[in-house]
Design a binder for this molecule. Structure first.
Ligand SMILES: [Zn+2]
Ligand SMILES: [Zn+2]
Length: 379
């Protein structure tokens, strides 16, 4: 017998105030933040409702519900069953107290991306989790940069970094722009974004709709907020805000008040795609047809178990390979695994399954890349 799932109420929520700031110093605030953590803010504990009867078009401005919350074209969010969620939350606490083996390897020596001996441009460096440094001739940019010790609103609680960042923050080259996919704490790390803004007043921060205020509250002014299919530019590069199948939450009251997205950076010589955090969805094919083929797609491959909680808002490794094929990518870089312990699958399982899936005959034209944290590769 299955427990009845209740749709999340999307009406009568207009009374909610603005999203809460991430740093919550009081004890009461810390307890509230702990509840938020346990309700799954880090990486999703919700599924999506059933399919609409109409054919879905993803390459369009994002849909919103009547109360101004963002949603996915496939439908609204549903809670997973409590009997699945509760053991999941307990396991999250358990792995905080007793870390599991299997974290990603860190390159023996952190690369000096400014050294002449570094692989030639264009190149990508995996810093850890969903953070990559991409260096093109025309620009250097970071995706979802996080250098903090925890992906959490509370300094002493929540998923701890299992591997040091692959690049020292102070060793970064000048960063022209930053792509942020959504507000979950493992993707939007405000302390790191603030450090980047302080480091250079010229760094631009691209965020999906509804997220700019979170950055401006931290004193970051150079923010460009885009909707799906919105476009920016930098030094001859097109920067495209694109759909993802996901959700957002940073506080008890801000569920889906800010949009989530993927990003593409299109230049005359190279096309790069960043998946952010997403379930497998038909939008990959639409994006591939509109903007592909991509030279490199950085795709999330971890946080897929338990499937009842995760599978519509996160991809498993086989789905990530299929997404790369849909995107018409020449190479796919695995990210979002092995850095923070966020879900039930063994930490070292995603890269194994990713490489295995890439050996299937239908993905034989794709190169699947699993880098060590801190490793660079030309593309
Ligand atoms: Zn997320
Ligand atoms: Zn995530």
């Amino acid at each position: 017998m299955t427990e009845k799932r209740t749709p999340v109420s999307r009406s009568l929520r207009n009374e909610h105030g603005p999203a809460q700031a991430a740093s919550i110093p009081s004890r009461r605030g810390s307890i509230g933040a702990a509840i938020v953590l346990l309700s799954g803010l880090v990486c999703g504990t919700l599924g999506l409702a059933g399919s609409p009867s109409e054919p879905i078009t993803w390459l369009a401005p994002s849909p919103q519900t009547e109360d101004g919350r963002f949603t996915n074209p496939v439908g609204g969010l549903l809670n997973a069953r409590l009997r699945t969620r509760l053991p999941f939350f307990w396991k999250r606490i358990a792995v905080t107290l007793h870390p599991r083996p299997g974290a990603a390897r860190r390159a023996f020596e952190a690369p000096d991306v400014r050294a002449a001996a570094a692989p030639p441009l264009p190149r990508v460096t995996w810093v850890g989790h969903a953070t990559v440094l991409v260096e093109l001739e025309r620009a250097r940019f970071l995706t979802d940069p996080i250098w903090s010790r925890r992906a959490s609103p509370i300094p002493w609680l929540g998923p701890a970094r299992r591997v040091e960042p692959g690049l020292d923050f102070d060793a970064l080259p000048d960063i022209d722009f930053v792509l942020v996919s959504h507000s979950h704490f493992d993707h939007m790390d405000l302390p790191t974004l603030s450090r980047l803004a302080k480091r250079s007043a010229n760094t631009l921060f691209y965020v999906p709709l509804g997220n700019a205020a979170l950055l401006r509250d931290q004193g970051i002014e150079n923010v460009i907020e885009l909707d799906w299919t919105g476009r920016g530019s930098f030094n001859g590069l097109e920067i495209h805000c694109l759909p993802a199948q996901h959700w957002s939450k940073r506080s008890l009251t801000d569920t889906d008040k800010a949009l989530w997205s993927s990003w593409a950076v299109i230049g005359p010589d190279r096309r790069f795609f960043f998946g952010g955090d997403t379930g497998y969805f038909s939008g990959f094919t639409e994006i591939g047809e509109a903007l592909g083929p991509f030279d490199l797609a950085a795709l999330p491959i971890g946080a897929y178990e338990p499937t009842e909680i995760m599978h519509l808002t996160h991809m498993n490794p086989e789905e990530a390979i299929q997404a790369a094929v849909d995107l018409r990518a020449r190479s796919a870089l695995a990210v979002h695994f092995g850095t923070f312990d966020l879900a039930d699958e063994p930490l070292d399982e995603p890269p194994r399954r990713f490489l295995e899936a890439a050996r299937r005959p239908d993905s034989s034209s794709l190169e699947a890349w699993v880098l060590d944290i801190g490793e660079s590769r030309s593309f």
